[in-house]
Design a protein around this ligand. Structure first.
Ligand SMILES: NC(=O)C1=CN([C@@H]2O[C@H](COP(=O)(O)OP(=O)(O)OC[C@H]3O[C@@H](n4cnc5c(N)ncnc54)[C@H](OP(=O)(O)O)[C@@H]3O)[C@@H](O)[C@H]2O)C=CC1
Ligand SMILES: N[C@@H](CC=O)C(=O)O
Ligand code: NA
Length: 432
């Protein structure tokens, strides 16, 4: 028997219990030993009772779990930084193995946790923390371990992908779709973490650390969310042959600097990630040996996330049975610099309101030209009371030059408003 304690009986915790109730026979046969839930920490005991968990298993006291010698694996599913961090550190200190889905914690406190796990010779697994049910953490640490990873591009947040998909395909309103995503159990307890890009930033911090063997924390990630995306931007993207996705991007350049950012992006309709819709996530990566690969599946939701959590429990159980715990630890043995977003080079979509009269376009083009920004595409749209909407796509330019141009343009009387600026991604992809 391998004893497990669950901390938290919310969306994911309940999923883990349901999965064991449904598939315990097959799980136990695959491991060669039975997995038994010995305790569930939950402040709202009614939630557990609904799942037909025996009353005596439910506790509100973490000490009962820490002191129980029969509990080998602690599964943290309460979320947030505290008390999750203290509970995990205490469990590791007691020689217990830990599984978590908590990307908030790993992206900030990862180093402390990995150090403690190493010191105690125990396992710390976190597959569900990135892209929910999609296997990506373990494959990167294991199956792809012989590769130098050059880039990782992810759609890593189910809630925002669901919102953008519904806005794009059904023309629905942002707030209405967000409420639906919350209802479906996709969103974080504070959904601004999803909408403002923080959740995806935490996940790409974790993947970058694994990919480039250097600790990347949440503070290192440049972040923009999706609140600025309007129906007009989505429509122009379609007209120009793109879709808008919230992308999480990590690359290593030739000077071993790490570029790590989360922002909405225009992605060509032909890109493999352009068809990733609704709550689905995808991680697209390039390794020097494997070439391009894409992992695709449900990035949020009760049972997909429980699937990833349980995969970790099973792996640890096997390690316990074969006395092989702590085989796969943290691989951040380098200390690489992080690139400033202003050093970025890329193509940009710009939507602005300008005066609709002769010479205006030439004036705007001159500002861009003077700042080394070359324009690839210009569209002029609806003209209202002397004002027109101008859509521009740049060639590949330095972000600092684009920002300088926009600062000058904002000061011109011919420019009413810069409505939005969105980066393009995946336009230079070479298919090998
Ligand atoms: N939902 C998803 O699709 C995914 C979630 N995750 C991650 O999984 C974790 C859990 O998420 P999720 O299940 O959605 O969250 P929920 O809010 O549904 O569940 C968390 C549960 O933990 C309980 N809890 C919180 N603090 C304590 C505490 N101090 N003591 C006892 N119980 C506590 C909460 O009770 P109460 O309600 O009373 O606060 C709640 O029942 C998070 O880290 C999240 O980021 C990862 C991938 C996908
Ligand atoms: N809120 C997250 C849940 C999984 O991490 C998301 O929407 O992807
Ligand atoms: Na995962």
């Amino acid at each position: 028997m391998i004893g497990v304690a669950l901390l938290g009986c919310g969306t994911v915790g309940s999923g883990v219990i349901k999965l064991l109730q449904k598939n315990s026979e097959i799980i136990d046969k695959r491991i060669g030993e039975s997995i038994v839930i010995k305790k569930v920490l939950e402040r709202d005991t009614e939630k557990c009772q609904l799942l037909e968990i025996k009353d005596e298993l439910i506790t509100q006291d973490i000490q009962e779990i820490l002191d129980d010698q029969d509990i080998a694996i602690v599964v943290e599913l309460i979320g947030g930084i505290e008390p999750a961090f203290s509970y995990i550190m205490a469990a590791l200190a007691r020689g217990k193995h830990v599984v978590t889905a908590n990307k908030d914690l790993i992206a900030i406190k990862g180093k402390d946790i990995f150090d403690r796990a190493k010191e105690k010779g125990v396992d710390f697994y976190f597959e569900a923390s990135v892209a929910g049910g999609i296997p990506i953490v373990y494959p990167m640490k294991q199956s792809l371990a012989a590769n130098q990873i050059q880039e990782v591009i992810g759609i890593l947040n189910g809630t925002t992908n669901y919102i953008l998909s519904k806005m794009s395909q059904e023309g629905r309103d942002f707030n209405e779709v967000l409420a639906e995503a919350q209802q479906l159990g996709y969103a974080e307890s504070d959904p601004s973490a999803d909408v403002d890009g923080l959740d995806a930033a935490r996940k790409i911090a974790i993947l970058s650390s694994i990919a480039f063997n250097s600790r990347v924390t949440l503070d290192d990630v440049y972040v923009e969310g999706i609140r600025s995306i309007t129906a007009a931007d989505i429509q122009y993207a379609k007209e120009l042959g793109y879709v808008i996705k919230l992308l999480a991007i990590a690359k290593e350049n030739s000077q071993q600097k790490i570029e790590v950012r989360v922002h909405p992006a225009f992605l060509p309709k032909t890109h493999p990630m352009a068809g990733v819709n609704d709550v689905f996530n995808a991680v697209f990566l390039h390794g020097d040996a494997v070439g391009e690969i894409m992992h695709y599946g449900r990035g949020a939701g009760q049972m997909p996330t429980a699937s990833a959590v349980f995969g970790d429990i099973i792996e640890i159980a096997r390690n316990i049975l074969h006395h092989s715990n702590a085989r796969i630890g943290c691989s951040c043995y380098e200390n690489k610099a992080i690139m400033d977003i202003k050093e970025l080079e890329g193509e940009y979509y710009i939507r602005m309101i300008v005066e609709d009269r002769p010479g205006v376009l030439a004036g705007i083009a001159a500002v861009f030209g003077n700042n080394n920004v070359s324009i690839a595409t210009v569209l002029q749209k609806t003209s209202k009371q002397g004002w027109a909407e101008l859509i521009l796509i740049t060639h590949r330019v330095r972000e600092i030059h684009l920002r300088d141009s926009l600062t000058v343009l904002k000061g011109l009387s011919i420019v009413g408003e810069i409505k939005n600026v969105i980066r393009l991604e995946g336009t230079d992809r070479e298919v090998d």
